[in-house]
Design a binder for this molecule. Sequence first.
Ligand code: R5P
Length: 297
Amino acid sequence: MWMPDKVYGFSDCETQAAAFAKAAGLDYALVDVQTFPDGESRVRVPDGAKRAAVFRPLHNPNAKLIEVVLAASALRDQGAEEVALIAPYLPYMRQDIAFHDGEAVSQRVVGDLLARAFDRFASVDPHLHRTPTLSAVFSGKPALCLQAAPVIAEYISNQRGCEDAVIVGPDIESEPLVRAVAEPLNAPWIVADKTRHGDRDVEINLPKREILKDRHAVIVDDVISSGGTVITLAELIQKAGSTSLDVYTTHALFDESAHSAIRSAGVRAVISCDSVSHPTNAIPLAGLIAEGLRTWQ
Ligand code: R5P
């Protein structure tokens, strides 16, 4: 088993990083970041544990990516022999091919950048569509790919009125997550067919929708960003006769206006894991990540 000696967090994710360190029984320290007037970051680590884990969810990723790479380098300069990256949310994973001529394959570029800086990785529900494993993103280095499904299912099981829930996924890629939430609940599940025409423009077809009549529906998606997917799916679910609808996501990337648009589409509650700090956070991931790390070889 590989365990870090110490966890290094950042001020924008201190709650999650410190909660993770506590759940894993590890020491915790804060990385100091100052921003120069021209936007450059100065990164300073307090010391260098032999086995260090940098913990940071990487939404709004551009500056954060550079800062975690600088932190890894500083930790090595301070004597770290191995440095891990624990990024509960991993960005740039969706662009795993060039969808249009001339586009960079962001997953490969960002994966290579991080693989040069870190020795091992952990993340939760990374969006790996065509890439077989998380390790493949990082040049074959050890990478732990955790699923939020067990903690989402546990949370749902404690909600009132969820006994007759049908779990619904927005697209074929959501099937593993949807199935893993539905199975421990003994709930039926269906997944839609989604075609994306633009950032905020999706077309969704919902086969087997008759199962939703007079039942509580629960949408589960790994990421909510513009909210377009959930809003389009919510309309179809309600037309199919569901009695109520809640939405769960691992990574809440949406802003306040998308949140209110989702609620206006008839969604009773939007609930997220705390990979990304967000007003909808209700499901902590610290225990899941700490437990997952015990399987690190
Ligand atoms: C897509 O493939 C993901 O699973 C999500 O469905 C998608 O990223 C949601 O994006 P948006 O909220 O912008 O529709």
